[in-house]
Design a protein around this ligand. Structure first.
Ligand code: GDP
Length: 138
């Protein structure tokens, strides 16, 4: 069990003005921010980040969407971070997300679902390393 996870506030949530609301929920749930940046992915970078989904039918749509506007990327720390953060964000499809989850509140569809959360300790490390150098973590 690791105590770190990686998140992005996706372009739809940034466009809707929900950065503050989402960070508030993340803080209220007890996550500490270790690293954070406001940035924008190129289509190519989004493609690299989501490489594992390359063969999925929605890969093109996903990389297009994720490069459609700025995002907030962050590394978060808490006991049991990966599992607890997945619980906080809710199901991939907001229609199936539980009440009180970030996706239930702020996501519009299975594709444009407001936030990313790593699905394993291993991926949390890979994804954090994708965005942040050692000098950017505190
Ligand atoms: P997550 O771990 O809950 O983010 O879900 P997945 O790893 O299964 O998928 C990664 C991301 O791909 C999701 O968060 C969505 O943004 C997107 N995605 C998943 N399924 C679909 C789909 O059926 N259609 C579209 N357009 N995007 C999808």
């Amino acid at each position: 069990m690791s105590n770190r996870t990686f998140t992005m506030i996706k372009p739809d949530a940034v466009r809707a003005g929900n950065i503050g609301n989402i960070l508030q929920m993340i803080n209220a749930a007890g996550f500490k921010i270790i690293a954070m940046k406001y940035t924008k992915l190129s289509t190519e970078k989004a493609g690299q980040f989501y490489e594992v989904h390359k063969e999925r039918p929605f890969y093109g749509e996903l990389t297009e969407f994720m490069s459609s506007g700025p995002i907030v990327a962050a590394i978060l720390e808490k006991d049991n971070a990966v599992a607890d953060f997945r619980k906080l964000i809710g199901a991939t499809n907001p229609a199936q997300a539980e009440e009180g989850t970030i996706r239930k509140k702020y996501a519009a569809s299975i594709g444009e679902n407001a936030v990313h959360g790593s699905d394993s300790d291993e991926n949390a490390k890979i994804e954090g390393d994708f965005f942040f150098s050692g000098l950017e973590r505190f």
